[in-house]
Design a protein around this ligand. Sequence first.
Ligand SMILES: C[S@@+](CC[C@H](N)C(=O)[O-])C[C@H]1O[C@@H](n2cnc3c(N)ncnc32)[C@H](O)[C@@H]1O
Length: 211
Amino acid sequence: MGQLDHDHHEHRQGYEQWDDVYRTYAPESLPWELGRPRPQLVDLFESGKVPVEGRALDLCCGLGTNTVYLANLGFETAAIDIAPTSVAYARKKAELAGVDIAFHIGDSTNLPFAEGSFRFVLDMGCFHHVHIDDRWTYLTGVRRVLAPGGMYFLICFGDRNGGAWNHFSEERLTALLEPHLQLLELREFTSEESDRKFRHFRTVLAQKPQG
Ligand SMILES: C[S@@+](CC[C@H](N)C(=O)[O-])C[C@H]1O[C@@H](n2cnc3c(N)ncnc32)[C@H](O)[C@@H]1O
């Protein structure tokens, strides 16, 4: 199996075509699959910035590595991904880890969850694949499913990777997210991904206002 060049992955396709990626490439060859939870996610909980309480949602969960981490921390955890093949891998991973996770095959721009369901919502590599025209709907959905005071953690491509429709500057992220959520912290980091390439990311920790 070859390597997926996900920087050049055609974005103007239907989201359901993501399943082709998981059916074509070996799971361990996927650039974003580190085989361990994202260090920036781990740091959120180790630093105490986000409490472990109630329900958590992993948006676009992929192979479920971060999802299993959230469940192991003690969250009652749900996850959604459009690709049935990735969800099948993730279910198996959860089973092997002995954790109970509610997996959904579905579209993160049309979330099948009740208002105020989650204390924590994770987005690692989801928003940067959401079509420009769907961004407002997506963010409206994130806000809706968060409980008042609940936290959203976004990890997405940063503009230091070069100009592209989904490489975000701090100003761009602020403009996109601020109408929906209260921004608490914006950071950036560089990571060697599993294809051995270095990529630049930005993170946003944001909160749904109380009441
Ligand atoms: C870069 S991968 C990140 C996977 C996972 N979050 C991780 O950190 O390993 C992007 C994922 O988003 C999923 N995806 C893309 N568009 C989606 C959509 N509209 N709704 C749900 N999942 C989507 C893909 O199937 C893929 O698993």
